[in-house]
Ligand binder design. Structure first.
Ligand code: 2AL
Length: 246
């Protein structure tokens, strides 16, 4: 089976970390390829970043459909472009926030999310509600480290670990969800430091896609998630068109 993990930001060092963390949990028979789109933001930490990441995600899905990909992970905690990706892909598509939140609900009554910047917490609250976890999501906390500084700030690991410890204490939660794909490689360390389950969405989503494919399950294509109707797109988006302009 081939799983394509799309890091919707264009920072290749982060894509490499994501690929390593996804491969670490995948079964021996599962091939995992992580990619970044050819266009898009270097990091995703605003609504504009998120909106402009979607064409690149769809580019990678379209490519994946020609590469025999069995299922996709969208590896950004804002779960950008999920519905569009589900329309465009023949196999299952799972977002890391979606997978991490679902996983957390198996591990206790409530979970806290620890993410990057405070400005991203609104989106995370919206996602918790969208997925039906408003009751289980007991708090969303920011460590105020921008996404790209996760890789360069020498204090990042310590700051995020302490933010996770404080979040669990403050919320009385049973598990922590890491709120950025760039935190994937911190999961084990934080869990051993704070003594609670810590969920990395990259691992959770990769294994969810692997399970869905193994069970022969894919997105229902009867109505809403059927492939989009053929039509022309213009300007910068003309490559996304599936018919000649009128
Ligand atoms: C993210 C993420 O997972 N990747 C990225 O570029 N931005 N999410 C976040 N909350 O900062």
């Amino acid at each position: 089976m081939l799983i394509k993990v799309v890091n919707p930001n264009t920072t290749l060092s982060m894509t490499a970390t994501i690929e390593r963390c996804a491969r670490a949990v995948a079964s021996p028979g599962t091939r995992v390829e992580a990619v970044s789109p050819s266009m898009g933001p270097a990091s995703i930490e605003s609504h504009v970043d998120e909106a402009l990441s979607v064409p690149g995600i769809l580019e990678q899905i379209a490519l994946g459909e020609t590469q025999g990909v069995d299922g996709y992970v969208i590896a950004c905690f804002g779960d950008p472009g999920m519905d569009a990706a589900r329309e465009a892909a023949s196999g299952p598509v799972v977002g890391i926030a979606e997978a991490a939140m679902h996983t957390a609900t198996f591990l206790g009554r409530g979970f806290s999310v620890v993410t990057t910047l405070g400005r991203t917490t609104g989106r995370a609250w919206d996602l918790a509600a969208h997925y039906g976890f408003s009751r289980q999501c007991t708090g969303i906390h920011a460590c105020e480290i921008p996404v790209l500084e996760l890789e360069t700030d020498p204090d990042a690991r310590k700051v995020i670990t302490e933010a996770c410890r404080d979040a669990a204490l403050q919320d009385g939660s049973d598990a922590i969800v890491l709120g950025c794909a760039g935190m994937a490689d911190l999961c084990e360390h934080i869990s051993s430091e704070i003594g609670l389950p810590v969920i990395d969405g990259v691992a959770a989503a990769t294994l969810t896609v692997q399970s869905l494919v193994a069970m022969g399950l894919r997105t229902g294509k009867r109505g809403e998630f059927a492939p989009p109707l053929p039509k022309a797109y213009t300007g910068l988006l003309s490559d996304f068109g599936t018919a000649a302009p009128r």
